[in-house]
Write a protein that binds this ligand. Sequence first.
Ligand code: FMN
Length: 364
Amino acid sequence: MKKNILFDTFKINKTELRNRVGLAPMTRISATKDGYVTDKMVKYYRSFAKGGFGLIITEGTYIDDKNSQTYQYQPGIAFDGQAVVWKKIVDAVHEEGSKIFMQLQHSGPLSQGNHFSEETIAPSSVKPKGEQLKFYFGEGEYKIPREMTKEEMDNVKKSFVKAAQRAEAAGFNGIEIHGANGYLLDAFLTEYTNLRTDEYGGSTENRVRFLVEIASEVTKSVGDDFIVGMRISQSQVNDYTYKWSGEEEDAKIIFGSLGQSGLDYIHVTEYKAWQHAFDGGEKSLVSLAKKYSQLPIIANGQLDNIERATEMLSNGDADIVTLGKGALANHDWVKKVEKEEPLTVFNPDEVLYPVANIKDFEIN
Ligand SMILES: Cc1cc2nc3c(=O)[nH]c(=O)nc-3n(C[C@H](O)[C@H](O)[C@H](O)COP(=O)(O)O)c2cc1C
């Protein structure tokens, strides 16, 4: 029998992955109150590497001691001391033969637990839709954010750079800038949360500018072999059905300019990665990302569906797939699929409720 493409190696920049299946970034609020990695987290990440995932992308990690923290018990990489403890996870994952990228996150308007600051910041002072996430200790409506100054934007850029450098020093193979799901960078991209009248608001070119600037500053400030990617979505944690109003033209501008920014890859997440991105259209957001960025593409969204995952890789739309819930239910998903063993169905009640922290049964 021909080996499934899922198990082929893939090279991003100069780093070779042993297969094309990655763990999607997932916040599990299991760090200490002040954002240090715990032994529970070390065991948790090791188990996915042991289970065969060629690439591990960490949960969103906060980057500064100002407004970037999103959730209580979220890990940070705002200080050298935090980076040192992350090294335990890096070493565990490497020992099991996998590569690891850290996802760097700035919460922007969606912060619901920050022990450095009471206020939230955003491109404009627009109250986020929806309600805070209960399974991350949230309660009620989001705060009304304060509009960021240009100086604060510069500081955020510097914080992304410093966090990436700390991750590189801790031995990570790369970082992923969180540009998706409604957090700070995506709030710049989204029309109704970005009402700025300067060069960062208005047209799609202007709304993507901050993302491009961060990508190019970060890529210039780390070693050539250190991988820098960005995650992009239409949907947001507080607005699932949001779509880019300019449709394929927006995709062309967004992926086209990110493709020129020095990034090594783009990670696209959609509810079902293979579905058409826009009503009445035929192309998936993943295929549009490939077409307009010409970069390696990581695809996410119910790709524990083996047929769909195989199809996306085989037709060249994506180069790697990442799994979220399928991986939580099967830390050894890759090994099981390779051996054609039955997979466990994801049970949210068991894993995510009442709060989404790492449960003892997951790591034993
Ligand atoms: C518990 C949980 C935590 C998540 N945390 C993050 C996160 O920190 N960063 C991020 O980009 N996406 C996050 N996501 C989204 C996942 O990376 C992924 O996009 C989503 O689960 C869809 O993929 P799936 O269909 O394979 O589950 C999270 C999802 C879950 C279930």
